[in-house]
Design a protein around this ligand. Structure first.
Ligand SMILES: [Zn+2]
Ligand SMILES: [Zn+2]
Length: 423
């Protein structure tokens, strides 16, 4: 049996068994559904279901590789013409995926292979480090540290932006682990549902700090003085000042040095900043005081410093997802075809303890195919398969040609990742 047929059967068994546990989203009959089957990487979209039972039966019959539904609701979700669907508004979708931002551990667990000269290496490269060919194939891997960083971004988004700045209520935020390398948030709020794409772009920019203007926040030269930001101005000014206060009061001088060098400031300026630490702390903690005269700091230097701060406190979101009102997102409770893990909804108060790769709470566990007895024999077909840690156990690293024996959930994972075949 081919790997794809095998996985389809495994997915089918899951949908049959969990039929009653598949969550039902709001406005189900008005959402557009999309599916990617196992035999071709093309999405069948413009599908709708009048009744939840129809959706469940479809999942059992077709057992697709990927299952999606729209953030938008429509009068006719199955109309093939986007303009004739009868668009009625769209929930705000925010995607946080480590595929879209750097994490230090990627230098350890992501690998690449050059199709031209055969060289392999770690981390992310644009071209082969040996022959400069751009014909490289990269393999990004799942990892607990990456997922922790992604989770931290979710907290940042909710606690530093959505709740304080947008007045979103906890119950309006639906959080889900994607089933692979990230999380998505769906905000179901009446006012936000009506926003157009352009308006959503402004929200996305606000959340990331993209296109921020420090001039608008108050940074300017006034004769011999530099006027900085004010703590009493809520929104970004306050966030920036809070972060600066945190740096000044909790970082060691060495940590400050490393940070400011990373922001691109030169050594003399960094020294000057560290020497004036106390004075600067007094200035910014006073909510009415904003004269930022530090030795060596002109407007350009302050901008560089502030861009560094903004980059650190802005949320790492995948902007285009938030802007696109017709985007389909993974359906909760469905299986992710690249891992075999479940897309898992989590409440805000459960998120802190949630550990997708080693979850103790059965109800929240995305790894649905776990089994101790069911051992499979596989052959590795990818050059370098990084180590995988799942359920507290370590599997790999593997080399091409290795014959391995692994439990069911690891076999499903490696087959879904297309790095192994049935042996
Ligand atoms: Zn090469
Ligand atoms: Zn990682």
């Amino acid at each position: 049996m081919s790997e794809k047929n095998y996985l389809k059967r495994v997915f089918q068994a899951y949908y049959k068994e969990k039929r009653e546990e598949i969550p039902i989203i709001t406005k189900l009959e008005k959402r557009e559904f999309g599916f990617i089957p196992w035999d071709k990487e093309i999405m069948n979209r413009h599908i709708c279901f009048k009744f939840t039972e129809d959706l469940k039966q479809y999942l059992i019959n077709e057992s697709p590789k990927h299952v999606y539904s729209s953030g938008a609701s429509y009068l006719q979700p199955d109309n093939l013409d986007m303009d004739k669907k009868g668009y009625q508004g769209c929930d705000l979708i925010i995607d946080i995926d480590v595929d879209h931002f750097y994490t230090p551990c990627k230098d350890v667990h992501d690998t690449w292979y050059c199709k031209e000269c055969g060289k392999t290496g770690k981390g992310i490269v644009k071209k082969c480090t040996k022959c400069n060919s751009i014909k490289t194939k990269s393999l990004s891997w799942i990892c607990e540290d990456c997922l922790k960083i992604a989770k931290n971004e979710v907290f940042k988004l909710i606690n530093n932006f959505l709740v304080p700045d947008f007045g979103i209520k906890d119950k309006e935020i639906k959080i889900a682990f994607s089933g692979h390398r990230g999380y998505h948030l769906k905000i179901e709020n009446k006012k936000i549902r009506t926003l157009l794409s352009e308006e959503r772009r402004e929200i996305a920019d606000y959340l990331t700090g993209e296109n921020i203007s420090f001039e608008i926040l108050g940074l300017r030269q006034d004769r011999s003085n530099i006027l900085g930001l004010l703590k009493e101005n809520i929104g970004w000014s306050q966030k920036i000042i809070k972060k600066i206060e945190e740096i000044l009061t909790t970082y060691t001088n060495q940590e400050i040095e490393l940070l400011l060098l990373r922001y691109g400031l030169n050594r003399n300026i960094v020294k000057s900043f560290i020497n004036s630490k106390r004075d600067f702390q007094q200035i910014i903690s006073n909510s009415k005081q904003n004269i930022w005269n530090l030795e060596g700091f002109g407007i350009k230097t302050w901008e560089k410093f502030l861009f560094g701060i903004v980059d650190d406190i802005g949320a790492e979101i995948d902007g285009p997802v938030t802007i696109d009102i017709h985007r389909l997102i993974r359906y909760p409770g469905s299986l992710h075809g690249k891992t075999g893990f479940k897309t898992q909804e989590i409440n805000h108060d459960e998120l802190d303890d949630f550990n997708p790769l080693n979850e103790n709470n059965e109800r929240l566990d995305p790894i649905v195919f776990k089994s101790k007895e069911n051992i499979h024999k596989l052959q590795i077909i990818e050059h370098d398969v990084p180590e995988t840690r799942i359920k507290g156990k370590k599997y790999g690293p593997y080399k091409k040609g290795d014959i391995i024996e692994v439990p069911h959930h690891i076999a499903v994972f490696l087959l879904c990742r297309e790095v192994a075949k049935l042996s």
